[in-house]
Ligand binder design. Structure first.
Ligand code: NAG
Ligand code: CU
Length: 242
């Protein structure tokens, strides 16, 4: 029995990945995978120079097709929530690695890119700005631990001053357990299709994907275990605020 348990936990750790599967708006769940370009496989992207870091997809992480025909209507200033799960079907009640293996420690970020048509837009050439990030706090607790304790839910505000229109919302989680050398950090991301109303006229500074991260960034090549880290620099640009 003991051997069986050990084997299971090893298997679980090896494949304990995660997917952003649902968007909530002001505390209301919008529907499982609704409006989200989800991959067929929950595994990570490790090459930060690959086009797969934009919104997942490609190769073994190919996006489910047809792409979602839904767009999530939101208002600038709304409270949004990204819900993550181990696989497209798993639940925390029956899977200890849901929403993710608790050892997959690291930061969580959210980016937006303004697009003409969120349902059909290509992913290359978009201009992204970061609206949320959470890394390691002063007690050494990670964003992933907070996500695990909240059964996969991560709250973040939509800035009230962003322009109305359609966007892709890129939610990202980076697991750092293998990040001591590059490639090793495991990047998990999906993009939701949103339609923003009631916005303002902000024009945030933007970055590109790929491009925003380098393999040598201190937040991508990172020693999680020893010596025990006292701080962590989240990769990418600063968070845009109104
Ligand atoms: C976005 O919202 C506006 C305002 O409600 C609406 O007129 C428009 O049709 C919506 N766009 C899409 C693609 O649903
Ligand atoms: Cu994993």
């Amino acid at each position: 029995m003991k051997i069986v348990l050990v084997t299971c936990s090893l298997l679980t750790a090896a494949s304990a990945h995660t997917i952003f599967t649902q968007l909530w708006v002001n505390g209301v769940a919008q529907g499982h995978t609704k409006g989200i370009r989800v991959p067929t496989y929950d595994g990570p992207i490790t090459d930060v120079t690959s086009e797969n870091v934009i919104c997942n997809g490609g190769g073994i992480n190919a996006l489910r097709t047809p792409l979602p025909k839904d767009i999530i209507n939101v208002k600038a200033g709304d409270k949004l929530t990204a819900e993550w799960h181990h696989t497209l079907e798993s639940k925390p009640e029956t899977d200890k690695s849901d929403p993710i293996d608790p050892g997959h420690l690291g930061p969580i970020m959210v980016y937006l890119a303004k697009v003409d048509d969120a349902l059909t837009t290509k992913l290359t050439g978009l201009k992204w700005f970061k609206i949320y990030e959470d890394g390691m706090d002063a007690n050494g607790e990670w964003a992933v631990t907070r996500l695990y304790n909240k059964k996969g839910l991560v709250d973040f505000p939509l800035p009230p001053c962003i322009q109305s229109g359609q966007y892709l919302l890129r939610a990202e989680l980076i697991a750092l357990h293998g990040a001591g050398s590059y490639p090793g950090a495991q990047l998990y991301m999906e993009c939701a299709q949103i339609n923003v109303t009631g916005g303002g006229s902000a024009s945030p500074a933007t970055v590109s994907f790929p491009g925003a991260y380098k393999g040598a960034d201190p937040g991508i090549k990172f020693q999680l275990y020893w010596p025990k880290p006292t701080s962590y620099k989240i990769p990418g640009p600063p968070v845009f605020t109104c």
